[in-house]
Design a binder for this molecule. Structure first.
Ligand code: RUQ
Ligand code: CUA
Length: 761
């Protein structure tokens, strides 16, 4: 202790007299020297560092890979801002632990079975006229073919739909230019009929690929399942897709691999899939007239498979809505240029990217100029007749994204671990940059849209090997931020992503997102409708009949109403809770000991948890978010009583409060009121009404103060009866409301001071 004190004194003296360099403030040069940074590093830091309180220009939505979640982060800071539970239960948000989200997850059950994991690959932001509109996000699950809908007003998953005919998917989610449809394509071919077995010997005849067009109802914010349909496709391992836009609107494009239709079989002495699926020099780009397909389905030309409309291949061929074009070799990505004129395909085993001209494709179709038919009778258009150009980029080209600058594209080179910048109009390579290591997807700002924003590129690297401090054999993935605003690309930042393998990400201008701060009181956030279990303050109740106990409760700092729930063993218990807070960021959580339930209840939301009280005993419940100074006291007891248990007459223990205690509490209330009055005086002396956030806080504080009236009446009534225990406790409750009001008031005052509020005269 003594030596510490001596040290502290020395430091103070040194600071006061400027003695010794160790204690002087470091200059930028000092820091650069100490941390071994060069000019370039400092420039990168300046381009990415986001000071406290400042926000990012873009928001990225990344697939969470095998976590089945979505990861939200800011660009250029690369700060992770949220994880969103999508295909997988996510405890923080109560996702999969409250009844409302369980209903969403249940939409993703397949063959009546619960699936608790997902392999999420491709997120897509909703578009209006080919431009990101920031309203919805879609993402697919490859392992269990499903599509999820997230609403960007609250960043919550609202719907999961399971594909009715596929066993896997990869090419999803991609949206048409006005989000009329969300596209999902099968990956590994299988029989389309549910639970139908055919041997691999019948692969060519009975196994099929396909493409599903999920109808999106923007007003409802949900996929309209009955209005959705699919197109039967050959068993060619359809891979990624993209929708045409501008001149190519109405068409969609899907690349494929393994058009060899190889079925593997190492154990039968055959070469493995990797050999058999890459034997041919070309695979097929699928060209589909989806607008015409919609009409055909409306005309009743689809066949029902598993209750779902499917346009069969022979219909598609007869009606002229499905064509193939050879594409080299084992391709992976397909991307339509922002102007909608070209379709870019990259072959994993070819060093080129191929740029197809939409005009040329249309001309060939119109002229009926086909080089052949595939085994299923689908017309094949000659590659030479449709190519605009081919550009040699490097080894393992995969995905392409676009710049705000005309004709400029970026393609990931998996094997070379590079990003190539090139011009798709004149076919020239412009620049290359190395990334670490093995880049899969890449993403530019709004790089899928008709009007990309340029500025930044993120390389989604599959390996990170030596980039970060080692954490055992399983490494995080590495998202590298690259500045693309100049001729030469510049690497700015490495972000480890430790939550599955994020395949793809999309980024949108932050100003386009308009998330809410609270729900209308009593909202079921998963349906966006009023929750039947919602109640207002004072309406809380517990109903019990026929072995079912239903609690209608509320949450507000810092108590749960009710605080005691009594049930009999074997009862089915449903606890509905409404968060009555209006204050921003005042979330309460809720759990009951050992019953495996949890809810995150944001201001205005109503959530419910349900369980069978199958164990006798005493189970505390509590709020799981540190919401206020008395958060730990935000608690209650679930009493699970033995069958037929009779209450005794024993009274609860009383605390021996006296009149003196009551008077002391009253004094505390008066002092606190003086603080509140001075804060209110400060706020109202400024132009606070010009600050919407402060107006909200003032409303919240007033809400809290309004609650004191009832508690005051109660303590005065008790005092009149000389019941000092009740009088003192209700007076304490008045004080608690005051503390919360004062807390909000002080936050408002600080906000005004920091944001340049002006004094009114
Ligand atoms: S994947 S590395 Cu999109 Cu699933 Cu390409
Ligand atoms: Cu509410 Cu802690």
């Amino acid at each position: 202790m003594k030596s510490l004190a001596v040290k502290a004194t020395a430091v103070l003296l040194a600071a006061a007299f400027g003695v010794g360099t160790a204690y002087a403030a470091e200059s930028l040069q000092d820091v650069m020297k100490r941390r071994g940074l060069n000019q370039q590093d400092v420039l990168s830091a300046a381009k990415t560092y986001t000071p406290s309180g400042k926000r990012d220009e873009f928001m990225a939505f990344s697939s969470g890979g095998q976590s089945g979640q979505v990861i939200v982060y800011g660009i250029p800071s690369m700060r992770i801002i949220k994880y969103i539970g999508v295909f997988t239960p996510e405890p923080w948000q109560g996702y999969g632990y409250d009844e409302e989200s369980k209903a969403v997850l249940k939409g993703g059950w397949i063959d009546g079975k619960e699936i608790t994991w997902g392999d999420s690959h491709h997120p897509a932001i909703s578009e209006t006229n080919g431009q990101y509109d920031g309203q919805f996000l879609f993402i697919n699950d490859k392992a269990n073919p499903r599509i999820a809908v997230l609403d960007l007003r609250d960043f919550e998953t609202k719907q999961i739909v399971a594909n009715p005919i596929f066993k896997s998917d990869h090419g999803g989610a991609f949206v048409t230019p006005n989000t009329e449809y969300v596209i999902e394509t099968a990956q590994y071919a299988a029989p389309l009929e549910a639970k139908k077995f055919y041997p691999l010997e019948e692969f060519n005849e009975k196994y099929r690929g396909g493409i599903t067009f999920w109808k999106f109802d923007r007003t409802a914010g949900r996929i309209d399942v009955p209005k959705s349909f699919s197109l039967e496709l050959p068993p060619y391992s359809q891979d990624l897709s993209d929708a045409g836009k501008g001149p190519s609107d109405g068409w969609s494009f899907t690349n494929s691999f393994c058009s060899e239709r190889y079925v593997g079989g190492i154990e039968r002495g055959r070469p493995p899939f990797e050999a058999g699926c890459s034997a041919k020099d070309t695979d097929y780009l699928h060209v589909i007239n989806w607008k015409k397909a919609v009409e055909l389905v409306a005309q009743g030309k689809a066949k029902k498979i598993n209750g779902h409309d499917v346009l069969m291949m022979d219909t598609a061929v007869k009606e002229g809505i499905l064509f193939l074009i050879p594409e080299p070799k084992s391709p992976h990505g397909v991307d339509v240029t922002p102007d909608g004129k070209f379709i870019i395909v990259a072959g994993k085993l070819d060093t080129h990217v191929s740029v197809y001209s939409f005009d040329k494709i249309m001309a060939a179709i119109k002229a009926g100029k086909f080089e052949s038919k595939d085994p299923y009778g689908i017309p094949v258009i000659g590659m030479r007749d449709t190519l605009h150009t081919q550009v040699e980029l490097g080894l393992g080209p995969l995905h392409t994204q676009f710049d705000s600058k005309k004709c400029v594209a970026y393609t990931s080179l998996y094997v070379d671990s590079q990003v190539a910048k090139w011009n798709f109009c004149d076919g020239k390579v412009l620049d290359k940059i190395s990334v670490h290591y093995n880049i899969g997807h890449l993403m530019t700002m709004e790089g899928d849209a008709a009007d990309p924003k340029g500025r930044y590129l993120v390389a989604l690297n599959k390996l990170s090997i030596d980039r970060f401090n080692p954490v055992g054999p399983l490494h995080p993935q590495n998202h590298q931020l690259i500045d693309i605003s100049n001729d030469k690309m510049q690497l700015l930042y490495d972000m480890p992503l430790p939550l599955g393998e994020p395949h793809y990400a999309v980024a949108i201008e932050a100003s386009k997102l308009k998330p809410g701060v609270r729900y209308k009181v009593g909202t079921n956030s998963r349906t966006d409708k009023p929750h039947p279990g919602a109640v207002r303050a004072g309406e809380e109740k517990i109903e019990s009949k026929n072995g079912k106990v239903t609690v209608y409760g509320t949450l507000i700092r810092s108590h749960i109403t009710p605080e005691i729930i009594e049930v009999e063993v074997g009862d089915e218990v449903t606890i509905n809770l409404t968060n009555l807070e209006r204050a921003q960021d005042e979330t309460h959580g809720f759990t009951v000991s050992t019953y495996n339930v949890h809810a995150s209840i944001e201001p205005g939301k109503t959530s419910s948890v349900k369980f069978k009280a199958d164990k006798e005993g005493v189970y505390p419940y509590y709020c799981t978010e540190f919401c206020s100074a008395l958060h730990l006291e935000m608690q209650g007891y679930l009493l699970v009583k033995p069958k037929g248990w009779k209450a005794t007459t024993k009274e609860m223990a009383k605390a021996a409060y006296t009149e003196k205690d009551y008077q002391a509490t009253l004094k505390k209330i008066a002092d606190t009121q003086a603080v509140i009055d001075s804060v209110v005086g400060f706020i109202t002396s400024t132009n606070y009404k010009d600050f919407p956030d402060v107006v909200n806080m003032v409303e919240d504080a007033t809400d809290q103060l309004n609650k004191t009236a009832d508690a005051k009446a109660k303590h005065e009534a008790a005092a009149a009866k000389k019941d000092w225990e009740q009088a003192n406790l209700w007076a304490e409750q008045v004080f608690q409301y005051q503390v919360k009001a004062a807390d909000i008031g002080l936050r408002a005052k600080t906000y005004l001071e920091q944001n340049g509020a002006k004094k009114l005269k």
